[in-house]
Design a protein around this ligand. Sequence first.
Ligand code: NAD
Length: 453
Amino acid sequence: MPLFDPTTEEQSGVLVLAGAEDARWAVESASRALPRWSQSSRHERIDLLNAMADAVEARADALTEATVAEYGGPIAQARWRAGLAATNFRIAANLLKDFTFTRRLNGTEVIAQAAGVALHIVPWNSVYNSISVKMAGALAAGCPVVVKPSEFSPWQVELFTQCLHAADVPAGVINVVTGLGNEVGTALTTDPDVRKISFTGSTAVGKMILQGSAERMQRVTLELGGKAPTIIMDDADLAEAARQALAIGFANNAQACIAGTRILVRRDRLDAFCEAIADAARTVVQGDPRDPRTTLGPLVNRRQFERVLRYISQGIAEGARPVIGGEGRPEGLDRGYFVRPTVFADVSNDMTIAREEVFGPMLCIIAYDDDEGAIRIANDTPYGLHAYILGNDIAGARAIAARLDAGRVAINGMAHEPMAPFGGFKQSGIGREYGIYGIEDHLEFKAVTGATA
Ligand code: NAD
């Protein structure tokens, strides 16, 4: 499969795709490793997780460069993301020190047992973090892993795999199979020796995986799409709120499942907010992601580029008004998958652009009349991954947070807490990962009665 540099649109390489036979070998390899790894000692797992953290830290520059070149992510953001992988491994190592694998309940012993061979299917927009957070939980729980990365991130995955190899992982404990979702992905999800599937990607594919798993009753965790609300409270400073709402909306090069893409503003402050966000958007610097001044790089590939442009056209056709941006390419950027940062006003929550995940620099401003209305609109979505609240009244923000149907709610910013559970309500997924939740996600619980006799 040809690969293209998103900044120049030139071919950058060729990916050799694995096939169904490779998928079977990977699962066999993991299955051979299962008896020993599931019985490995706590210390062996801790040492391995720490060695993996050291190995990815040692190559942080190369990992960052791969993200910039392949994904088009601006360099500062790419560096931060490369660092998340080591954090995920170290957190799992630390949690393992006093993780309880066996518990007594009256006369019964409850044993947490490795779920079996774990399949991790991940997307292209957060490669090291998605792979590492799932892998850390699985290895800590005693599960060997098969990773199926996206066909749009092969260079990042190859480098990351080399790092893990350098950490002296026992044979078969980690297996990586490239390839297309509908071939290799399907071969892996339908393999009877895969006992646990953890998938991060689109809601459409997540539903297919969940349906398919029913036949074998595999344990399934799904981290899917989002359409997060950003509620601008009555008392928020508008210039600051606009700056933050834009950063939240354009996070991770405007391709984030957690992006706040529906900005909810009280009706009587709409005009002032539109001016403030247009001012903030004018400070966005698009261009070469290697240039440290760049804040927004290109979209990952032509498919995404065309998809986002279609949504912008659809927004205009539905009657939304661009307060900044719009159709076409940004001025001065006649190559690369660059889209104009676009913010729509006059959006109602039932428009397509307010309901569907766009995955690009396209945000909607939606009016609310009071806090009740803001909460109702925020929750009126098929998704429920994340929500944001901006304002000075923290007690009021917490009261709103308690009523939002979202797996995470961030007040005044987008702080990431890698120990806290992460996952979605409704069609944003099933299950939770990160920290202790990611370890428990790879365990089966077994009760042994009569053990104290
Ligand atoms: P995608 O669903 O197209 O692909 C995700 C992965 O699934 C890829 O590795 C792909 O090859 C594989 N795949 C595709 N079809 C498959 C099939 N039939 N069987 C098995 N595997 C298959 O998603 P994408 O375009 O790579 O990523 C973007 C999506 O991921 C967005 O919807 C985004 O919201 C979501 N995402 C969610 C989270 C989260 O934590 N909730 C994080 C990042 C991205």
